[in-house]
Design a protein around this ligand. Sequence first.
Ligand code: EPZ
Length: 417
Amino acid sequence: MLKITWGQTLSGTVEISGSKNASLPIIAASLLLEKVTLHNVPRIGDIFSLLEIIQSLGVVVNFTGNTLTMDMSRISLENMNRELMKKIRASILLLAPLLYRFGSVDIPFPGGCNIGKRPINEHLNGLREIGYESKDGDESIHLSGKLQSGDKNLYAGFAVTATENLITANILRPGHTRIHLAAIEPHVVNLVDFLKKQGANIVMNYDHTIDIVGVERILTIGEFSIVHDYIESGTFVVLGALASEGYIDIHHACISWLTSFLAKCQEVGVRFEDRGEDTLRVYRSEHLKAVKFQTNIFPGFPTDLQSVFCILLSQAEGVSRVQEIMFEGRLNFLVELEKMKGHPALMNPHEALIFGPTHLRGSTVSSWDLRAGVAMIIAGLVATGDTYITNVEYIERGYEDIIGKIGKLGVVIEKTE
Ligand code: EPZ
């Protein structure tokens, strides 16, 4: 449980950590190598869970500070931790490297947050197309077969982890692969950069296609730095706008990846300035105005910033309209805002109105998913009266030391059992 004592304000500088959503696919793809060293890996729940699964595959893992080393020389499926694979969505990313190494794999359907259905048809269709047969049990995915050579056209439906799985699955496949409707989020680009550094032949095109020419081998020893987390950065933009004393500075702010988000922030009336060297200064912002926004694939407004942006809109004058096109469960957290005397109206699973400005009151609220959990921290800093947040483990899945970071900005958040 977290306790947010009301009336505190932030000031100072925050350092954004490495990207969760870049670390997960790169860690998974590293299973194609013999040894890897990854820098700027965030110490968060999802990473620890994926590493626990990878250790159960016989990989020797050392994670000190934000540097991760992995030794795959004794990798095997013998003691794979299937239970844990159910807990995190990212376990789906193990399909491609394990199929390449072992020719067959049997994993439980991956879990994840309760933001909505998390289908995997795009993953399975692409893997079948290149030669793997799937026999889906009710609780598990069984794939086996031999990689076919030759030219293939695959479709990723703009889904991020599906795109990432299909890239990893084809870099060593003899032949030309074109992935259509590929996701081009910064974390997909970081995976491509990692694999190209190892010798893969990959070209990302402007029309959301990715061309891969399979190579015979890639460098089996790797070292690489993970990009910073633009979603964490966007989260601190909202924190700064609503709860800073004067302003906060965000280092490694990933400004160029936040174009849509910052444009919407500006439309609402958030004041910020680019200080150079990827540092963003965000000022306490008043007289905010309602807007309408829609989540979208990159470079559109990121769905992972929808929850925190809704808290900003609860303080904006007028009626805002939110369209969450990606996940049918991701607006459900608004019931927690209602408990704090916010005034959202959920029209349907993909659309809500937010009436503002509302004077939020402290309450006991729950984290619906990792992003909604941090949204409640922001709401707690805006509210009058103390706020208590449960299901804190969700928050710790996706944000490295968020309590410590906010603490360094001068705000005490107590963690009680
Ligand atoms: C990635 O999830 C991110 N996770 C999510 O971040 C992010 O919200 C999401 O992309 C969208 O940007 C990681 O990168 C580890 P999906 P991903 O569930 O790729 C449809 C966070 O907060 N789809 O595949 O697993 C699906 O219905 C997390 O950091 C299919 O139809 O996203 C949805 O509309 C939450 N068939 C969309 O694609 C498929 O086979 C993306 O959903 C796969 C997906």
